[in-house]
Design a protein around this ligand. Structure first.
Ligand code: G3H
Length: 537
């Protein structure tokens, strides 16, 4: 057991000395207009003040709360703008779409500070990580623009095979329903939304349940940069506004970063499954395997980052650690020391790591997982601070001996709990991964090339990314981000997202003398933007 004294849990102040952002938003963007919603929903921060022992969450403002009829109007606007592929946006040139997205990025950058500040206050992400999220998103959009230019250059080169002329380009799919997660509300949402737009689709954008208000600062950028109906906002309770939109059968692409349960329900509610393409980033239960010859210091550093960055609220977080029994004591005592020294506090405080959790009653849920593990034979290892909570704070908790009877063995805790299992044979973690519901990533810690090499080969057939002596993560964003089993459908990355939100179309013809003249004339007179050899520089 780790019993060294640790700092007490963080507290909330009686009043904040920093400026609290507030936005009382009623408007939402639909068909190019900012309409006023008939109802609103209050937005509370996970941070609050304490007065006489009572916790009062900070009120950040309110967001529109649409009903079923308003949701159908949003759908109507997106469908009208797509116009079954005949709309101005799906038929715009790539150059026109690139210009619109460039304009959007320029307008978005001006809103950096309010967006970053609201991100921090809405979901409790540290200031540094909130800034990173914003900047990474802007970088992603700029890389996307470059990738679209490359695609356009590829598409402008006709090919001739077996005497047949062919020109292949990527074309839009239709109306995209885009739903992002609360842990990366800006980045993960824009990493599907903007690729969908730039490929010529029209979009219905449903902001996440937390991390909603920050989009209020970007409404006008969307309105100014894109033609009416190309981007439409669907605010409100997901269970009210999303089902009718899906049940209409008019959605062509579901882009959802969230839970596999939500994805399954939504997919089933679409009446024309063959019409619906799904791009899904879902649950994960990434494991770390610490082999006997691992560099323990490095394994601890990477496991702390992997399990506890943004309080463990990352789909890519390490959510189970398997450590070999020969180094378990050494690893666990150093892990506990590192974990217990993490600063808990407000997201704007210098050096802070563990911050308040935005999900309702999350601390109670996490205590429930820990208690269930204890009931099934596990122990809390960092006893001086582990399994303690204070309103929206939950102290990082190492739970050792998490066997298959424990909920923590399979559940995606999405919080600062580190489940650990000590193993004797490496077949034990391999079996865990093979039989798990998810298949996103794994982290291997060790130094023997024969052993690591021998583990890589079976593991790449179980998960989509094997990290060597490194935590699990999505980036760099040009790498494919995907998963097997219940972890994902489709692949995202700067270039893969463009493919996911488009379909190849081909114009072909036998190169008869007549066709040669015809195609040359189409190209010379620029009568088609598809059969065209111009390209973007
Ligand atoms: O929540 C899932 C995110 O895509 C993780 O991204 O690995 O860069 O934190 P990250």
């Amino acid at each position: 057991m780790h019993t060294e004294p640790v700092p007490p849990l963080a507290a909330f102040p009686e009043a904040f000395e920093v400026v609290v952002p507030q936005l009382f938003q009623k408007e939402y963007l639909v068909a190019g207009e900012l309409r006023t919603a008939t109802a609103v929903k209050e937005v509370l921060s996970p941070m609050g003040t304490l007065s006489g022992g009572e916790f009062r969450p900070v009120v950040l403002g309110h967001v529109p709360k649409l009903g079923r009829d308003e949701a159908m109007e949003v759908l109507k606007a997106a469908v009208a703008a797509y116009k079954q592929g005949h709309g101005d946006w799906p038929t715009a040139t790539v150059g026109e779409r690139v210009a619109a997205v460039e304009n959007f990025v320029a307008l978005m950058v001006k809103e950096r500070e309010p967006v970053v500040s609201m991100l921090m206050w809405e979901i409790g992400k540290t200031r540094g990580d909130s800034e990173k999220e914003f900047d990474r998103t802007v970088g992603y959009l700029r890389d996307t623009i470059e990738a679209v230019r490359d695609l356009d250059r590829d598409g402008s080169r006709p090919t001739i095979v077996e005497g047949i002329y062919g020109q292949i380009r990527r074309m839009p799919l239709g109306v995209v329903l885009c739903m992002g997660p609360f842990n990366y509300p800006l980045n993960e949402t824009f990493a599907t939304l903007l690729p969908a737009l730039i490929m010529g689709n029209t979009v219905i954008f449903k902001p996440p349940k937390f991390g909603t208000l920050l989009f209020g600062y970007l409404l006008s950028a969307f309105q100014k940069a894109f033609p009416p109906g190309v981007v439409n906002m669907l605010y409100g309770d997901g269970r009210t506004v999303v089902p009718p939109v899906m049940e209409s059968g008019l959605i062509d692409v579901l882009a959802l970063i969230g839970s596999s349960n939500a994805a399954n329900t939504l997919k089933k509610s679409h009446p024309k499954p063959n019409r619906l393409r799904c791009i899904l980033g879902l649950d994960a239960k990434n494991a770390a395997i610490i082999l006997p010859d691992a560099d323990v210091d490095n394994a601890v550093t990477e496991c702390v980052l992997g399990t506890l960055s943004f309080n463990g609220q990352r789909c890519t977080a390490i959510k189970m650690i398997y450590v070999h029994k020969s180094i378990a004591d050494d690893f666990l005592s150093r892990l506990a020391k590192a974990v217990d020294s993490l600063k808990m506090g407000m997201p704007w405080e210098k050096g802070v790591s563990i911050t308040p959790l935005p999900e309702n009653n999350k601390a109670a849920t996490l205590h429930g997982y820990v208690q269930d593990a204890i009931d099934n034979g596990a122990v809390v290892y960092n006893t001086s601070r582990g399994n303690q909570s204070f309103h929206t704070f939950f102290a990082p908790t190492i739970v050792v001996g998490v066997g298959e009877k424990c909920k923590l063995y399979t559940v995606e805790q999405f919080g600062p709990i580190i489940p650990v299992q000590v193993f004797t044979e490496v077949s034990e973690p391999i079996e865990y991964i093979t039989n798990g519901y998810f298949g996103q990533q794994v982290s291997l810690f060790g130094s023997d090339p024969t052993e690591i090499g021998g583990l890589i080969d079976p593991l790449v057939n179980q998960v989509c990314r094997v990290n060597i002596n490194s935590q699990c993560q999505r980036g760099p964003d040009v790498f494919p981000f995907n998963g097997r089993k219940d972890s994902a459908e489709g692949t995202l990355s700067v270039t893969d997202a463009l493919r996911s939100f488009s379909i190849r179309a081909l114009v072909a013809g036998k190169l008869t003398p007549g066709n040669k003249v015809l195609i040359k004339e189409i190209i010379r007179t620029r009568s088609s933007s598809f059969v065209n050899t111009d390209y973007l520089l």
